[in-house]
Design a protein around this ligand. Structure first.
Ligand code: ZN
Length: 189
């Protein structure tokens, strides 16, 4: 028994058995994604590169099926998430970037015409046979932010130096808000 995530079968074959696939794979088993993460981390000094970046787990589930209302087109839905090591483009320090995907795809062959259907996305297959892992990988790559930065400003070194004046930073906005309120009051009167 192999890992169905890596099976190469047609979309119809996966759909006809309503294949459900548990995902629990290391980043290292996704070649293209690993290459991108590695290239990103290469911007760091060697001692700052997180040693275990390849071991982050991608976990989730995929379900194949057919969508009767759209002429029995094969579908794949589900979700997957992981955390990849990345370099913050603001402070140039490594951080852990959460990624998640929720595919809801109509699997169609090349040049196969298909109408827009509810909130499904049309996924054009390059070959007749597909590897579910490749779909997960492409979606994760698309989910990577164009410019990765610390989600939480408090973690970002660029902003850490402003810590002491953090309250002051907020003041101009507070002043602006009260100014606006005053102007509005003036206008109302
Ligand atoms: Zn940062």
């Amino acid at each position: 028994m192999g890992n169905p995530l890596q099976d190469l079968r047609t979309a119809v074959e996966f759909a006809s058995v309503r294949q459900v696939i548990e995902i629990s794979e290391k980043i290292s088993s996704f070649d293209k994604l690993s290459e991108i993460v590695e290239a990103d981390l290469a911007a760091l000094e060697a001692d700052k590169i997180p040693s275990s970046w390849r071991d982050s787990i991608v976990c989730g589930e995929l379900q194949f099926g057919f969508i009767v209302e759209a002429d029995g087109i094969p579908t794949v839905t589900g979700s997957a998430s992981t955390t990849v090591d990345a370099v913050c483009q603001r402070c140039l320090e490594p951080f852990r970037q959460a990624l998640s995907i929720e595919p809801k795809l109509l699997l169609v062959g090349q040049q196969e015409a298909v109408d827009e259907f509810e909130d499904y996305e049309v996924w054009e297959l390059q070959e007749e046979a597909l590897r579910p892992q490749d779909i997960v990988e492409e979606l994760l790559i698309m989910a990577l932010p164009f410019s990765a930065t610390h989600d939480n400003i408090a973690d970002c070194k660029t902003f850490a130096s402003y810590d002491d004046s953090a309250t002051d930073l907020r003041r101009p906005f507070a002043a602006l808000a009260s100014q606006m309120k005053r102007n509005k009051k003036d206008l109302d009167e």
